[in-house]
Design a protein. Structure first.
Lengths: 413, 622
C-alpha cells in the first residue's frame, strides 16, 4: 500500500495526447510489458506514510470534475484506453498487473476486476500473467478474496508490518495482530498461488525480540514471499513530527542493520532466499515478477494519479491529485505531468543502481575503468561476492547489501 | 558657522608658524570619524550638501566595521575665533586605531606636534587609546584631552575628566567637552589646536627630508604617498630618492588633501600632503622611509624607519581548488596596498594548494580575509593562526617555523616563541578574573595601576601564541565586554612547546597540527579529536582519530564504520528520484577532501579551523 512516493520529479511536459517519441517503441517486442494501477484512497492516513493517497471519498478537480471512489474504476479504465492509443499497434500481451495504493481493497472487488478486465480487453493478458493486488488485512474477507480470485487475480500482498500491537500503534495500523496471518490462510483457500506479507522493521519502540516475533509469525503463516523494509521517517509525516517533538525515539542506523541481519538469517533458515535487497521468496516462482520488471528496465504503464510509467527509455509521471487526474482524462488529455527521456548514461546508471540490488547482480561490463577499480576495492572489502565476480558479475554480500547505495556511488564512476 | 576663511595660505608658500599638525587618538566607536566630519564642515572644506557620514573612511570595509585602516591627512584652513583673518593651516592626520597597526600609528604620530585625545564620556579611556597616548607622550606631542558624546544620557564627564587629567597631568577643567555628533564644542577645540599645539620647526634651506607616514594604492593613480616635510622643500616634477632603498622616482604630482586631492607646486617645511611618482606597489614607498631630492639630497635619513614584520601566520586555501590562481592574483593586488602583507605558496595534503600568509596581527588577518572574500569573491579556508617559532636543535642548527607542520623532528634543544607586553584596562571588579585568565595563558604580571577609583590598568607579559588563540574573546566574556586590550611585541622566550599532530586512520592531517605548550597539549588533543569525531561522517571502515606528540598518542576517538547505507525500497516510482539523489550525492562527494582513505567534508575543516577555540579572532564570523 505504499508503492508511490508523494513528490514528483522535475521533467519536460507530456504532450496532450500522451504520444511517445518514436524510438520508445523500438525493440518493444523483446521487452515484457506490465501495468501498475494506483488506487489513491485510504480509510485513514498512517503516521509514517508519505505516499500519494487520500482519505476523502470525493475529490473535486478542475472544471468541477468529480473524482470519487465510486467512479474511480471508470476513470482509471479511461487511462488504460489511452494507453492503448499511445502504444498503437504494439502487439504485446500484458505480462504482469499490480494494483497498489493507497488501499486498493477499499474499492469493491468488482471494481478491481473490471480494471483488470479493461487491460484484458485492450491488450490481452499473457497466459502465465502475474496479477497482484495489495490488500489491507482489515478490508478483506473470504468472499472478497473469492471474487478477486475468480476475476483473474492470482497473487496477493498483505500489509502485515508487525506482529506486535505496540509497534502497529506507532505505525497507526488499525489491524489486530494475528489478522494478517489468517488472511494468508483465507487467500490460500480462495485459491491464490502466491501470497506476500510486507513487514517493517526499526519502528521506534520495536526491540530485536519484537522483530523476531514478527518474522516468526509471518513465516508461520506460510506465504511464499516476504518483503521487509526499514522504516523510513519521511519529512512531513506525522511520525517525523512526533520524533521531532521527542514523543518517540528515532531509530539508529545500526539498529536497522542489526534487524536486517536478523531478517536475513531468520528468513533464510525458514527457506526464503533473498532475490532483491528487501525481498525474499521460497522459490523462483514465488518472486514478484512485476517488481522484477522495474528492476530490469522493462516497460510498464502506471495508471492512476501520480503513477510513474516507463517505456523504452522514456519515463513519465501523472498529475498527483485525483481531481486533476480525472479532469485531464475527462477532457481527453493525457494525465501526464512531466517526463524525462533517459540519456544513455542515465540508463547505464539506472541499470547499475537497480541490478546491483538483485541476487543476479549487475554485469561488470556496465562499468567504466574507475567503476571497475572501485568494484575490485569493494570485492577486497568483502562487499561483493568472489565467485560471481570471476564470472563478470557484481553481486552484493550480506554486508554489501546493507551498504548497497555506497557501493553504487563508487561503481557508477 | 563661521565664514570660510579668506587669504588661505597656499601649499609650498605657507609660513610654518601658521601650521598645526595634529592627529586624533581615540578608541573604536569613540567618535573620531564623526569629529573629523564636523571639522571638515566647520572649516568649509566639504560643502554641506556633499557631506556624508565618516567622510574620510573611504573603503566600504572601513565604514562597515567602524575602523580606520589607512590614515589620511586633510588640510583644514582655520582662523581662530579670537583672531578672524589670521588663517592657520591645520593638518589633521588620521591614525589607524588598532593594535595591529602600532607601527603605522607611531609614524603618524611622528608627523605631528600634537594630538587630540578623544575619549567617550560614557566609557572612559580604553587600552588601545592608552597605548597610543603613551606613544604620543614618548614622541613629546602636546596632548589636548577631549571628552566626546557629552550629549549622551549615560555620559559621566566629571568622572572621566578626572581620569584624563590624571593621565595627562592637567587640571580636570582643562578637559574639553564636545559632542562631535551635534558639533557642540568643536569650534573651541579647533581654537585650542591653534593655541596649544606648537608650530612645526624645520630648516628651510636644508636638503629636503620628508617622512612617509602612509602609502596607499589607488587603481587609477598608482601609489599615493603621504608625507610630512621636515626640512627643505619638495617641488613638483623634481626627481626624488627613497633613502632606505636608494630608488629614484619623478614627482609626477604633489599636493594636499582638502579632503580631495589637489595638486600644488610643492610642499615646504612642516607641510603635510601627498605625492605620486607612478610606482605601482606600496612596497616601493614604505611607511617610515625618508624622501629626499635626488640632486643635493640629504645624507642622513630621519629616524624611526622599520620594516613591517609579520607576527601571525595563517594558511589561506581556496575552498574550490580551481580558484588558486584567483587567490594568487587577489593577494598580489592586496599587497599593492599593504606593505605588511607577506605570503608564499604552500601545499597541504588536506587542503590542497594555498598560501601561508603573514599578518601584523589578528585584525589584519581578518581584514585581509574579508577583503579577499568580499572584493574578490573568493571562498576561503583559513587555518588556525599561529606565531613564528625559532627552534634550535641539539646540533645548533636553527629552524624558523611559520607553519606548525614544519616543526622539526629530532632532538630539539630550545624553542623560542614571541612574547608581548599586554595592557588591559577594565573596571576593577574584574581584576580577579583577568588575572586568572592571564595565568592560564602563561602570563607574568608586570604591574597594575588604578586609573581612577574603579578602573585599573593591568600589565602582563604573555606569549603571543596565547593571544592569537581566542584570548580577546575570553577577556571580553569574562569582563562582560568592559575590558580593552593592547599589546606590543617585546621579544621572545624559551618555552616547553610541543607539536600536536592529528591523525585520521593513521595519516597525519597537516592542517590540524598545532604547536602548544606541553601542559596544554593534552587538552588540545582531546578537544580536537572529539570535535572531529562529531564532524566526520561514518565511513565504510572504522576510523581512529588520534592526537599525538611525535609517536606518542595522547588522545583517541573512533568513528565507527557505517553499517547501513541503502534505501529499503526501490520500485517504479522511486527510480528517477533515486538516480537524482545519486547525482546529488556524487556532487557532495566531490566536495569531500580525501585524507588518506578518509573522506572529510570541507565543512569539517572550516568548523575546526575557524571555530572559536580553533583560532577565532573575536569577530564571531562564520
Amino acid at each position: 500500500m505504499e508503492r508511490m512516493p508523494s513528490a514528483l520529479p522535475d521533467g519536460e511536459p507530456v504532450p496532450d495526447d500522451g504520444a511517445l517519441p518514436a524510438h520508445a517503441l523500438t525493440g518493444a517486442a523483446d521487452r515484457p510489458l506490465g501495468f501498475y494501477l494506483h488506487v489513491p484512497y485510504c480509510a485513514t492516513r498512517c503516521g509514517y506514510c508519505d505516499f500519494n493517497t487520500y482519505t476523502a471519498t470525493e475529490l473535486r478537480g478542475t472544471g468541477g470534475v468529480l473524482a470519487s471512489r465510486e467512479n474511480y474504476a471508470e476513470t482509471l479504465i479511461d487511462e488504460i484506453r489511452l494507453a492503448r492509443k499511445v502504444l498503437g499497434d504494439d502487439p504485446r500481451p500484458v505480462r504482469t498487473v499490480f494494483v497498489g495504493g493507497g488501499t486498493p481493497t477499499l474499492l469493491p472487488a468488482g471494481d478491481l476486476v473490471r480494471m483488470l478486465g479493461a487491460i484484458r480487453d485492450e491488450f490481452g493478458l499473457a497466459d502465465d500473467a502475474e496479477v497482484t493486488t495489495e490488500a489491507n488485512p482489515e478490508s478483506v474477507d473470504p468472499a472478497y478474496l473469492d471474487a478477486l480470485r475468480a476475476g483473474g487475480f492470482n497473487r496477493i500482498s498483505f500489509g502485515m508490518q508487525s506482529a506486535r500491537q505496540h509497534v502497529l500503534r506507532v505505525l497507526d495500523r488499525t489491524h489486530t495482530p494475528g489478522r494478517p496471518e489468517r488472511c494468508v490462510a483465507e487467500a490460500r483457500s480462495a485459491g491464490f498461488e502466491h501470497v506476500n506479507l510486507d513487514l517493517i522493521y526499526g519502528t521506534p519502540g520495536e526491540s530485536d525480540d519484537d522483530w523476531r516475533a514478527s518474522l516468526d509469525a509471518a513465516i508461520g503463516a506460510g506465504p511464499d514471499h516476504v518483503s521487509a523494509y526499514a522504516l523510513i521517517v519521511e519529512e512531513g509525516t506525522q511520525l517525523a513530527r512526533r520524533i521531532r517533538r521527542g514523543e518517540v525515539p528515532m531509530t539508529d542506523d545500526d539498529v536497522h542493520a542489526d534487524r536486517y541481519l536478523i531478517a536475513d538469517e531468520t528468513l533464510s533458515a525458514a527457506g526464503y532466499s533473498w532475490y532483491e535487497v528487501s525481498n525474499w521468496a521460497t522459490s523462483a516462482a514465488g518472486r514478484c515478477l512485476h517488481n522484477e520488471l522495474y528492476w530490469r528496465g522493462a516497460d510498464w504503464w502506471g495508471a492512476g494519479p501520480g503513477a510513474h510509467s516507463h517505456v523504452g527509455g522514456v519515463r513519465w509521471w501523472n498529475v498527483k491529485h485525483p481531481g486533476a487526474y480525472a479532469a485531464a482524462l475527462a477532457a481527453g488529455r493525457s494525465p501526464g505531468a512531466g517526463r524525462e527521456v533517459l540519456a544513455e548514461e542515465d540508463r547505464r546508471v539506472e541499470r547499475i543502481l537497480l541490478e546491483l540490488r538483485l541476487r543476479e547482480g549487475c554485469p561488470l561490463s556496465l562499468l567504466r575503468d574507475e567503476g571497475l577499480k572501485a568494484s575490485r576495492r569493494a570485492l577486497e572489502e568483502g562487499l561483493l561476492e568472489g565467485e560471481p565476480y570471476e564470472e563478470g558479475k557484481a553481486v552484493l554480500t550480506l554486508r554489501g547489501r546493507l551498504l548497497a547505495d555506497a557501493v553504487v556511488r563508487d561503481l557508477v564512476d | 558657522m563661521p565664514a570660510i576663511p579668506s587669504h588661505v595660505p597656499e601649499p609650498s608658500r605657507t609660513d610654518p608658524a601658521l601650521i598645526r599638525n595634529f592627529c586624533i587618538i581615540a578608541h573604536i566607536d569613540h567618535g573620531k570619524s564623526t569629529l573629523a566630519d564636523r571639522m571638515l564642515q566647520l572649516t568649509g572644506v566639504v560643502e554641506q550638501r556633499q557631506m556624508r557620514a565618516q567622510y574620510l573612511d573611504r573603503m566600504d570595509i572601513e565604514r562597515e566595521r567602524g575602523i580606520t585602516i589607512k590614515s589620511q591627512a586633510v588640510r583644514l584652513p582655520w582662523a581662530p575665533t579670537q583672531e578672524p583673518g589670521n588663517t592657520h593651516i591645520l593638518n589633521m592626520i588620521d591614525t589607524p586605531g588598532h593594535v595591529d597597526f602600532t607601527y603605522e600609528v607611531s609614524r603618524s604620530l611622528a608627523a605631528c606636534e600634537g594630538t587630540v585625545l578623544l575619549v567617550d564620556a560614557a566609557q572612559g579611556i580604553e587600552a588601545q587609546t592608552l597605548a597610543n597616548l603613551y606613544l604620543a607622550m614618548e614622541n613629546d606631542l602636546t596632548i589636548i584631552p577631549v571628552l566626546n558624546k557629552i550629549d549622551l544620557p549615560a555620559a559621566q564627564p566629571e568622572k572621566f575628566a578626572e581620569e584624563l587629567a590624571n593621565l595627562v597631568g592637567c587640571d580636570p577643567d582643562d578637559v574639553l567637552k564636545v559632542s562631535a555628533k551635534t558639533g557642540l564644542g568643536v569650534e573651541a577645540l579647533l581654537d585650542k589646536v591653534v593655541a596649544e599645539i606648537p608650530a612645526p620647526v624645520g630648516i628651510k634651506d636644508a636638503p629636503a627630508r620628508a617622512m612617509i607616514f602612509d602609502s596607499v594604492y589607488d587603481s587609477y593613480r598608482g601609489v599615493v604617498t603621504y608625507v610630512r616635510v621636515v626640512d627643505g622643500q619638495l617641488n613638483k616634477r623634481e626627481r626624488i630618492r627613497m633613502m632606505s632603498t636608494g630608488a629614484t622616482h619623478e614627482l609626477l604630482e604633489i599636493g594636499t588633501n582638502s579632503p580631495e586631492m589637489l595638486g600644488a607646486d610643492g610642499l615646504g617645511v612642516g607641510e603635510v600632503g601627498y605625492l605620486i611618482t607612478g610606482v605601482k606597489d606600496v612596497r616601493q614607498s614604505k611607511v617610515g622611509d625618508t624622501i629626499t631630492s635626488l640632486s643635493k639630497g640629504a645624507t642622513e635619513p630621519l629616524g624611526g624607519y622599520k620594516d613591517p614584520k609579520p607576527m601571525v601566520f595563517s594558511g589561506l586555501y581556496p575552498l574550490d581548488g580551481s580558484d588558486y590562481p584567483e587567490l594568487r592574483d587577489a593577494l598580489d593586488k592586496l599587497q599593492l596596498n599593504d606593505a605588511a602583507l607577506v605570503y608564499e605558496p604552500e601545499t597541504s595534503a588536506a587542503l590542497g594548494f594555498g598560501f601561508r600568509v603573514g599578518f601584523l596581527g589578528l585584525l589584519h588577518l581578518d581584514v585581509v580575509r574579508e577583503r579577499l572574500e568580499r572584493e574578490f569573491g573568493l571562498d576561503l579556508i583559513a587555518t588556525a593562526p599561529n606565531v613564528v617559532y625559532r627552534v634550535v636543535m641539539e646540533d645548533d642548527t636553527e629552524h624558523t617555523v611559520t607553519n606548525p607542520s614544519e616543526f622539526p623532528e629530532g632532538k630539539i634543544n630550545e624553542v623560542y616563541e614571541p612574547v608581548v607586553r599586554a595592557t588591559i584596562l577594565a573596571p576593577s571588579e574584574f581584576i580577579g578574573s583577568i588575572m586568572e585568565l592571564c595565568q592560564t595563558r602563561r602570563g607574568t604580571l608586570l604591574g597594575m595601576d588604578y586609573l581612577s577609583e574603579d578602573r585599573v590598568e593591568i600589565r602582563y607579559t604573555l606569549p603571543l601564541a596565547e593571544i592569537v588563540f581566542d584570548f580577546f574573546d575570553q577577556l571580553k566574556s569574562k569582563t562582560r565586554g568592559y575590558a580593552s586590550l593592547d599589546y606590543e611585541p617585546t621579544g621572545e622566550q624559551t618555552s616547553s612547546l610541543v607539536k600536536v599532530d592529528i591523525l585520521l586512520h593513521g595519516d597525519k592531517v597537516d592542517a590540524f597540527s598545532a604547536i602548544t605548550h606541553r601542559d596544554q597539549a593534552y587538552a588540545y588533543g582531546v578537544r580536537l579529536v572529539a570535535k572531529l569525531k562529531e564532524l566526520i561522517p561514518r565511513q565504510a571502515f572504522e576510523v581512529p582519530v588520534q592526537a599525538a606528540i611525535g609517536s606518542r598518542v595522547i588522545a583517541r576517538e573512533t568513528i565507527r564504520a557505517i553499517r547501513k547505507d541503502v534505501l529499503a525500497k526501490c520500485y517504479g516510482g522511486d527510480i528517477s528520484r533515486k538516480r537524482k539523489l545519486l547525482e546529488k550525492q556524487k556532487e557532495g562527494k566531490k566536495r569531500m577532501k580525501m585524507v588518506g582513505s578518509v573522506e572529510v567534508p570541507q565543512e569539517a575543516f572550516i568548523a575546526v579551523l575557524s571555530s572559536d577555540d580553533g583560532g577565532g579572532s573575536g569577530k564571531g564570523k562564520k
